[in-house]
Ligand binder design. Structure first.
Ligand SMILES: O=C(O)CCC(=O)C(=O)O
Ligand SMILES: [Fe+2]
Length: 261
């Protein structure tokens, strides 16, 4: 893995390619000849209807199955593969420990969260001229079991603790582990999916990489004890999140699946 800071050079090559190609005309990811499937690139927040809903960032959100040797970008692919393989092992281990603490079957993750069901997201946050009004990434929770996040030295990530936004000290030598929505439901609220956001920086560019530890779409999320959530498949969860974002402009998430809803 390149390490000063990780991914900087390979990410710059990739994101510079998108801005070079998109400078004067509208082009698709295919036309840029980038190595990722259509729909994997996002700039801003496509569903935003006002500045407050806009995320001042761009990202590639890539299923692990689509990271393969990719011609001009082979150095990027191998960096990503190396990162993903390392953190995939870590995610499985951590999930197993957290399941054990709950007295649950630790094999659940080995059976349902195969590396091929997981995603990698590469985020780029350009400097933002109206820094105070716009988020780098809107407040959200992740729709997975666990997220393993690497950020560079710039900083900007914040999370909610005791109902207050707390800044996470940037440390490129460390990984940040976040609990996602599925673990909250699976643990019947013992573990809480953490609300987080990224604030913009007026002068500095920032990069981060997130590995989303997910089950296959057919996996059913349920707790063996009487649960406050109805059982649902990961597919159903994703579809509901997408439907809410389209209709309301934001994710509703777990409250939709509360039995008392
Ligand atoms: O860039 C970060 O620090 C956070 C990224 C994030 O929350 C995400 O990609 O879901
Ligand atoms: Fe996130």
């Amino acid at each position: 893995m390149d390490s000063d800071p990780p991914f900087r050079q390979t990410y710059k090559t990739l994101f510079d390619k998108t801005s070079e190609e998109t400078c004067n005309k509208v082009v698709t990811v295919e036309e840029c000849e980038l190595p990722f499937p259509a729909g994997s690139y996002r700039w801003g927040t496509p569903s935003a209807t006002c500045l407050k809903q806009l995320s001042w960032s761009e990202a590639f959100h890539i299923p692990m199955t689509d990271i393969s040797d990719s011609g001009a970008f082979s150095s990027l692919s191998s960096t990503m593969e190396q990162f993903a393989t390392t953190v995939a092992g870590l995610a499985k281990k951590l999930a197993g420990i957290l399941a054990e603490k709950l007295g649950q079957k630790t094999t659940f993750f080995e059976e349902n969260c195969l590396p091929s069901a997981c995603y990698l997201r590469m985020n780029r946050y350009p400097p933002c001229p109206f820094s105070l009004e716009v988020h780098g990434l809107m407040p959200h929770t992740d729709s997975d079991f666990l997220t393993i996040l690497h950020q560079d030295e710039v900083g900007g990530l914040q999370l909610v603790k005791d109902e207050k936004w707390i800044s996470v000290k940037p440390n490129p030598e460390a990984l940040i582990i976040n609990i996602g929505d599925l673990f909250q439901a699976w643990s019947n609220d013992v573990y809480k999916s953490v609300q987080h956001r990224v604030v913009t920086n007026p002068t500095m560019e920032r990069f981060s990489t997130a590995y989303f530890f997910c089950p296959s779409y057919d996996t059913v999320i349920q707790n063996s004890e009487p649960s406050i959530y109805r059982k649902f498949s990961f597919r159903e969860y994703r579809q509901q999140v997408q439907a809410d974002v389209q209709k309301l402009g934001h994710k509703v998430g777990l409250p939709r699946f509360l039995l008392s809803h």
